[in-house]
Write a protein that binds this ligand. Structure first.
Ligand code: SF4
Length: 541
């Protein structure tokens, strides 16, 4: 297993052809985010969508993520999104470190990829189908069963919803930022990757040692495995950081939505990303149908709407999934509508009807909401993206303003706020700690480990040991320097695509409702943004 030279499959949708190319010059970028940003920049004028895996992907437990880098149809800015499923390992077993997509197909296509070829097929029969049905059809007709991964858009993406995600292997997704819509804009319904290659391990003994030690470390994630990310709700309720009824309050009474209650209620089963022993993906069950649930989906389609019953939240999650709507974004849109139109919070019927109307109605209000939330006082939107439902303090809001993480997996701010509770800390110190946390996360995003396994894949010692077992000759110092410089490369590209942190409008409501750290001061938050822009963002060249 020698040093990896990143090999990308380039799908040119306009001409419906493909090219396989290796980029030796990107070896020092380590992998994952490093490779994806470099390819993105190289093809920036072609409005590319880039997927990348890393040097550990598919061969070590928990190195199960694929990172996507693209221009968000929602914000117009550079966006990253992570997903698990089986994509990373089947890309690797097909011989690729990533996929580059450019151009626009003349008609909707589904591309079927393996180690030899890419076949551009007609996707018209899949249009308008609900998400579970699309997977059912593709599973019965495309790729090699058991050796394939499938990514597709849902109906909302076709209808122009800028926050429509991209779905992966049925129960996984690339959330936030509208990657599904970015596909639809290119007339790309999805792609299927089949991979059957193996790899030769040079130092088998060393590889096995590292593999087993990682398995041992991952056994420490018992709570994540048993409760999924919904475990965060118990902590958030304890500190009063859960937005309720469009952030009228930051807590609510019932415990019915807590993860242990779900296990006793509508929980169905757990599934895992390929090669990960943790299995933190939790599915709820209605009859013989399963739907994915996690912290942000449950809170956004639950308490944010005043709903606190599992059954109600489960129904909305299943509906949003079927329609192809990101649950976090959909929840913020529904809570905005409830407050603006003075509807009653907590009414399941209303929300079921509104979700359907959002997708089917041709009335002006529904068509406008396909582009996300407007700039109005009832809208919980930060820099063009719907609020990630952690109302913990400065860092959780600041990280969203700065576009440093739109999901529980990518956002370092809400955890930092937990560390900072009861501490008096200057604006500069908050910024410094947030940037440090983000640089640590970048290390994992190079490799590309799962963001929920931070103690493992953000640890430079683990990273260095695992890379060494793959035959990499990168030094400890080079690795840390790469993480720092690639984080700044991302900021530089954000800048190039026009992102101005100082221009981000912050909802006034954030200053009227107390966080666990007390009321946020507008001046202090603005000062943090200025410090970040001056000390970090403007230095990223
Ligand atoms: S911890 Fe969960 S999300 Fe992360 S790789 Fe494992 S199963 Fe997937």
């Amino acid at each position: 297993m020698p040093q990896i030279i990143p090999t990308f499959l380039h799908l040119n949708l306009a001409d419906q052809n493909f090219e396989v190319k290796s980029y030796e010059e990107f070896v020092p970028k380590v992998g994952g985010l490093g490779w994806a940003l470099s390819i993105y920049e190289k093809f920036i004028d072609d409005d590319p969508i880039v997927f990348a895996i890393g040097p550990l992907s598919g061969i070590f437990p928990g190195a199960s993520k694929t990172i996507a880098v693209f221009k968000s149809p929602q914000t117009g800015g550079l966006t990253t999104s992570l997903a698990g499923g089986h994509l990373a390992r089947f890309l690797r077993f097909a011989g690729y470190q990533g996929v580059l997509i450019t151009g626009k197909a003349p008609t909707p296509v589904l591309v079927s990829v393996d180690e030899e070829t890419a076949d551009f097929g007609d996707a018209t029969p899949l249009l308008s189908l609900e998400v579970p049905k699309i997977f059912e059809q593709i599973f019965s007709s495309e790729g090699i069963p058991g050796r394939r991964s499938v990514v597709v858009t849902g109906p909302a993406a076709e209808l122009g919803f800028t926050y429509a995600p991209l779905y992966l292997d049925e129960f996984f997704s690339f959330p936030r930022g509208g990657l599904g819509r970015a596909f639809a804009q290119k007339n790309l319904k999805g792609f299927v990757v089949s991979g059957t290659k193996g790899e030769f391990v040079e130092n088998e003994r060393r590889y096995n040692e590292v593999f087993l030690s990682l398995i041992k470390s991952l056994k420490g994630y018992r709570e994540l495995s048993q409760l999924g990310t919904l475990r965060n709700l118990t902590v958030e309720k304890k500190i009063s950081g859960v937005p309720f009824e469009n952030l009228r309050e930051s807590n609510f009474e019932s415990d019915e939505l807590a993860a242990p209650q779900f296990l006793r209620g509508i929980f169905g089963k757990r599934v895992s990303c390929g090669g990960c022993p943790v299995g933190c993906i939790h599915l709820l069950r209605f009859g013989d149908k399963y739907t994915f649930y996690d912290y942000e989906g449950v809170v956004s389609l639950g308490p944010l709407l005043g709903l606190t019953k599992q059954e109600d939240v489960g129904q909305l999650l299943a509906r949003a999934w079927g329609l192809g709507l990101d649950p976090t974004s959909a929840g913020a849109v529904l809570s905005y509508l409830t407050e603006k139109e003075k509807l009653a919070f907590g009414n399941l019927e209303t929300y079921r009807d509104l979700l359907t109307a959002l997708v089917t109605s041709n009335e002006e209000w529904a068509l406008q909401l396909r582009s996300g939330l407007p700039d109005e006082e009832q809208a919980l939107t930060v820099g063009g993206m719907e609020f990630l439902p952690y109302f913990n303090g400065y860092a959780s809001i600041l990280s969203q303003i700065l576009r440093l993480g739109a999901t529980t997996e990518e956002n370092c701010g809400f955890i930092l706020d937990l560390d900072l509770l009861q501490k008096e800390i200057s604006a500069k110190a908050v910024v410094n700690q947030l940037v440090l946390a983000q640089e640590k996360k970048t290390l994992s995003e190079l490799l590309i480990g799962c963001g929920y396994l931070a103690n493992v894949y953000e640890d430079p010692g683990v990273a260095f040991g695992a890379l060494g077992a793959t035959g990499s000759s990168i030094s400890h110092e080079q690795l840390l320097a790469a993480a720092k410089s690639i984080f700044r490369h991302k900021l530089m590209l954000q800048k190039r695509l026009g992102f101005e942190p100082l221009d981000v409008k912050i909802p006034e409501k954030f200053f009227r409702i107390p966080t666990p750290a007390g009321f946020l001061q507008k001046d202090k938050l603005r000062e943090m943004i200025k410090i970040y822009v001056h000390d970090v963002y403007e230095q990223a060249n």
